[in-house]
Design a protein around this ligand. Structure first.
Ligand SMILES: Cc1ncc(COP(=O)(O)O)c(C=O)c1O
Length: 407
C-alpha cells in the first residue's frame, strides 16, 4: 500500500514555504531528490554519537563507524543484486564513469578501437569517453535517436562491431525520460565482444534494478537522486573486470603494502577507494536504500507511472506545450517540455513565483538539444512524494505563464 500522505510526512522539506506564504511544490527530483527523515537522522546519528574514521582504528568509535559504513555497502549491494566486493563507493555517477574510463579505458583501448555511446547521454557519459579517446587513440561513435526520443537501433549492426570495445548508454534518459532496453543492448555489446557500461543515474532511484539480470559489466548511479546525500555514488563492476583493472587513484586504504620503491593493492572493493571516504554520506545512502526498499521499488515505479501518465495528459491541455520524448507508457518519471513563444528560463522563473521548482536548461545534454534544434527545455520530474494535486497546480501555473507572457 503506497500511502502518499504518510510518505509526504517523511520528507521534512515538504512543509517548507518556497516564498513567504507560498508552499513548495518540488518537481526537480531528477536533478536532485529531497531527503527523508530516516536519511537525515542516520547521518546525524553518525556525527552525534560515533563520528570517527573508518578502517583505521581499533577504538570503539572507529569500529562502530566501520560497521555502519560497511553495512551500508552491503545494503546497497543487495539493493542492486551485486556482491559486496563489486560495490565501490565513489563521489557520484560522474566519478564512477571517469573511474571506468581512466582505469579500464587506459588499459584496454588503442587506436582503431571504438567506444559506442548514444546521442541522448548526459555529459557525464560523453565527456569522459572523449577524454579517454584522445589519450588512447580510440574513436567515439554514437547511436542516434528517433523523432519520438527512442534509440534508433536500425543501424546498430554498423555501429556496434568487433571494433567496438565498450558500449556506454543510459538506462533512462534524463531529458526524454526514455526507458532503454538495457538487457537487449548489453547482449548486443557482448555479441561483438564489447563490455557494456550502464548509466543507472535515472533508473536506480525509480525502479527495481538487478545488475545480474541486466548482465551489465559496469553500472553507475548517484545517491543524491534517490533520497540519499550528495557526495557519494556507486560503481558496480563485475569482479573479474575490477580485479584486472589498475587503481584509479593512489593513497591510503587502497594499498596492501607500501615501500618507498613499490606498492601493492588492496583487495576489492578497497582497491578503488583511496583516502578517507564520505563516511556519513555512505551511511546516509544505506539509509536511503533501506527507506526505498521498505516502500518497495515496484511500488515506487508504479506510483511514478501513475503520476507520469497523469502529468502527460494534464500538461498537454496547455496550448502550445510540447513534451519531448516518447509517450507516457515508455517513459520514467519526468516530462521535459517547451511552450511555444516562451523561453524555458522564463517559464521556470514564473513557476517559481508559484512555489513550483522545475529545472530549465540543457540538463547536461547539449548534444540532444542541439539535434532537436533547441537550446533548452523546462523539465518537471517526479518522485515518491509527488501528488496529482501538485500536477494540477503545475498546469494552473503554466496557464498563468501563458497569460503573463501574452502567448
Ligand atoms: C542520466 C544521468 N547520468 C549521469 C548523471 C550525473 O550524475 P552526477 O552529477 O550525480 O554525477 C545525471 C545527473 O543528472 C544523469 O541524469
Amino acid at each position: 500500500m503506497f500511502d502518499i500522505a504518510t510518505i509526504r510526512q517523511q520528507f521534512p522539506i515538504l512543509t517548507v514555504e518556497a516564498h513567504p506564504g507560498v508552499p513548495l511544490i518540488y518537481l526537480d527530483s531528477a536533478a536532485s531528490s529531497q531527503k527523508p527523515t530516516a536519511v537525515i537522522e542516520a547521518m546525524n546519528a553518525y556525527y552525534r554519537t560515533y563520528n570517527s574514521n573508518v578502517h583505521r582504528g581499533i577504538h570503539a568509535l572507529s569500529e562502530a563507524a566501520t560497521d555502519a559504513y560497511e553495512s551500508a555497502r552491503q545494503q546497497i549491494a543487495d539493493f542492486i543484486n551485486a556482491d559486496y566486493a563489486e560495490t565501490i563507493f565513489t563521489r557520484n555517477a560522474t566519478e564512477s564513469i571517469n573511474l571506468i574510463a581512466y582505469s579500464w579505458g587506459r588499459q584496454n583501448l588503442q587506436p582503431g578501437d571504438e567506444i559506442l555511446i548514444t546521442a541522448m547521454e548526459h555529459h557525464a557519459n560523453i565527456v569522459p569517453w572523449q577524454i579517454i579517446s584522445e589519450m588512447t587513440g580510440a574513436t567515439v561513435r554514437h547511436i542516434p535517436f528517433t523523432a519520438d526520443g527512442t534509440l534508433d537501433l536500425s543501424n546498430l549492426d554498423t555501429l556496434l562491431t568487433e571494433r567496438t570495445k565498450l558500449f556506454a548508454f543510459t538506462a533512462v534518459s534524463n531529458v526524454f525520460g526514455t526507458i532503454n532496453p538495457v538487457r537487449q543492448l548489453v547482449d548486443a555489446a557482448h555479441a561483438v565482444g564489447a563490455i557494456a557500461v550502464v548509466d543507472g543515474a535515472q533508473a536506480v532511484p525509480h525502479s527495481p534494478v538487478d545488475v545480474k539480470a541486466w548482465d551489465a559489466d559496469f553500472m553507475v548511479f548517484s545517491s543524491h537522486k534517490m533520497g540519499g546525500p550528495t557526495g557519494v555514488g556507486i560503481l558496480y563492476g563485475k569482479c573479474a573486470l575490477l580485479e584486472a583493472m589498475p587503481p584509479y587513484m593512489g593513497g591510503g586504504d587502497m594499498i596492501r603494502r607500501v615501500s618507498l620503491e613499490k606498492s601493492t593493492w588492496n583487495e576489492l572493493p578497497y582497491k578503488f577507494e583511496a583516502g578517507t571516504p564520505a563516511i556519513a554520506e555512505g551511511i546516509g545512502l544505506g539509509a536511503a536504500v533501506t527507506y526505498l526498499s521498505a516502500l518497495g521499488m515496484e511500488n515506487v515505479h508504479a506510483h511514478e507511472q501513475t503520476i507520469t501518465h497523469y502529468a502527460y495528459e494534464a500538461m498537454h491541455t496547455v496550448p502550445g506545450l510540447t513534451i519531448i520524448g516518447p509517450g507516457a507508457a515508455e517513459r520514467g518519471g519526468l516530462c521535459a517540455f517547451t511552450l511555444a513563444g516562451a523561453h524555458p528560463h522564463d517559464i521556470a522563473q514564473l513557476l517559481d513565483e508559484d512555489g513550483i521548482a522545475v529545472r530549465a536548461g540543457h540538463h547536461c545534454a547539449m548534444p540532444l538539444h542541439k539535434i532537436l534544434g533547441i537550446s533548452a527545455t523546462a523539465r518537471a520530474s517526479f518522485y515518491v512524494h509527488t501528488t496529482t494535486t501538485e500536477i494540477d497546480q503545475l498546469v494552473t501555473s503554466l496557464h498563468r505563464v501563458r497569460k503573463i507572457l501574452r502567448l
